[in-house]
Design a protein around this ligand. Structure first.
Ligand SMILES: NC(=O)c1ccc[n+]([C@@H]2O[C@H](COP(=O)([O-])OP(=O)(O)OC[C@H]3O[C@@H](n4cnc5c(N)ncnc54)[C@H](OP(=O)(O)O)[C@@H]3O)[C@@H](O)[C@H]2O)c1
Length: 237
């Protein structure tokens, strides 16, 4: 049955970490959530976990580096829902291992840009048709990082940092292009979060890491667009 009257959200990379927690919090608020994941077994497991807790969750196979996978996911989505209210571009990779830009492996940079920059562009382009059908204005949230902020940038994780700066630029571009369509586009630095990427010594829980993203997806004024956020405050690019 198609989701007609319920708010809907698609979260990429939602099988674990911050993405999974965003899905849980949005489901808790009554959204029908779509769990985007490139690994079918892990994606199904995450969505079944939410269903067992009484939430509405559906797995959608989606590799953000594969244009065909995105296209197929978009078709699958249209069979299950007639509109999309919230898109969270959360999937991302961090492959830098201590090297600086003087010895940067540009193949690794290429993989990082494909996942963290081109992926969100392609997903947003393809799912725009569904976001445009949102009855009350849609919201796109790109999960960025403090590492992408030019203000504090130095030598940390060059490929990852460059990709998140670019993702911030992508956010501004989509916000500008969609400003007359009632589609808000923002990006968020979730802070240093305890996930496989952030590691066990990170200072924040996934609950806290997801907080500002979920706020932008639900409670923030629809007029807020084209901004970079941390802890519900606008921060410098
Ligand atoms: N943790 C932090 O401290 C921190 C800080 C700032 C920003 N962030 C950002 O927060 C977001 C989530 O990170 P996390 O900490 O939750 O990391 P994580 O636990 O490593 O989760 C990353 C998620 O992205 C998915 N993913 C990676 N490449 C993908 C692809 N090509 N297609 C689809 N899914 C893909 C992963 O899927 P698999 O399980 O299949 O690998 C996984 O579900 C990322 O954008 C990250 O850059 C994290």
């Amino acid at each position: 049955m198609k989701t007609e009257h319920q708010r809907t959200a698609l979260i990429t990379g939602a099988n674990k970490g911050i993405g999974k927690e965003i899905a849980r919090q949005l489901a808790q608020q009554g959204f029908a959530v779509f769990i985007g994941a490139r690994d079918a077994a892990k994606g199904r497991e995450a969505s079944e976990e939410l269903c067992q807790q009484g939430y509405e969750a559906t797995f959608i196979e989606l590799d953000v580096t594969d244009p065909v996978s995105i296209r197929v996911a978009c078709g699958t989505f249209s069979q299950k829902a007639d509109h999309l209210d919230v898109l969270v571009n959360n999937a991302g990779i961090l492959e830098d291992h201590g090297e600086d830009i003087l010895k940067l492996n540009t193949e690794m940079l290429d993989r990082t840009l494909k996942s963290n920059v081109i992926g969100p562009i392609l997903v947003t382009q393809d799912f725009l048709q569904h976001l445009q059908k949102s009855p009350n204005g849609a919201r796109i949230i790109n999960v960025s990082s403090g590492a992408g902020s030019l203000k504090d940038m130095s030598t940390y994780a060059p490929a990852y940092s460059i990709s998140k700066t670019a993702l911030n630029a992508v956010t501004k571009q989509f916000a500008g292009a969609l400003k007359n369509q009632n589609i808000a586009v923002n990006c968020v630095d979730p802070g240093w979060v305890r996930t496989d990427m952030g590691g066990q010594h990170a200072s924040r829980s996934v609950d806290k890491g997801a907080e500002t993203i979920v706020w932008l997806a639900t409670a923030a004024p629809q007029s807020e667009t084209g901004k970079f956020w941390h802890d519900k405050q606008e921060v410098d690019w």
